[in-house]
Design a protein around this ligand. Sequence first.
Ligand code: SF4
Length: 238
Amino acid sequence: MHRRQLHRMLQLGEDMAVDWRQATTIEELYEAIRDCRRCPLGETRTNLVLGTGDEDADIMFVGEAPGFQEDRQGIPFVGPAGQFLDQLLASIGLRRSQVYIANTLKCRPPDNRDPQPDELKMCTPYLFKQIEIIAPRIICTLGNHATKTLLKTGTGITQLHGKLLHRDGLAYVPLFHPAAALHKPPLKSVLIEDFQRLKEHLEAERTRWERETVSGAASRAEPAEPADVSEPEQMGFF
Ligand code: SF4
């Protein structure tokens, strides 16, 4: 094929690509951002890890960033932390396929280092688009990174875990990251208890939503503006 023809075809392909802001499904969003290079992590990843699970889920979990296995497989929470998350879900009668699981960053930071403020600034709009599409009743932030980024708070996970919080029209339940519990076993029982509370919070949210449906005021989750992540903060699992 003539080089000029090929160039024109590539141009047309770009023209036809869906703007991620216009995506109405997770598949459309993935197709629109799969080659993203908005931050340097786009150069070092193996796979962009968007999320997994039910696009109509009532509960959405948001972790920090893909790790080694996630980067290889393109699926979030596939290592030991993911297996523990599966056990926690089973403890309240849920399977992974009944919830939605994502991260604040879609690409793996080298050597699993902490996400940088510029990376979060570039990537969190995608997360808010995911939240808009899925419209969960409750968003569980896993660990300090996700909690501080989404709730726009300096308060750590140690104080917030297990509580039902409302911000900008969204309902959140911060939880310790399952990986933290694997490194610090006493946190396992805390997470198990918090999942029981999550079950109660979900019932409360469903009741509230049904009540507001009757009164005409119901709305499922709507995304807030991305958090201001310009200030580097001490973040971590704890
Ligand atoms: S981390 Fe997010 S912003 Fe950076 S390249 Fe990956 S998808 Fe794009």
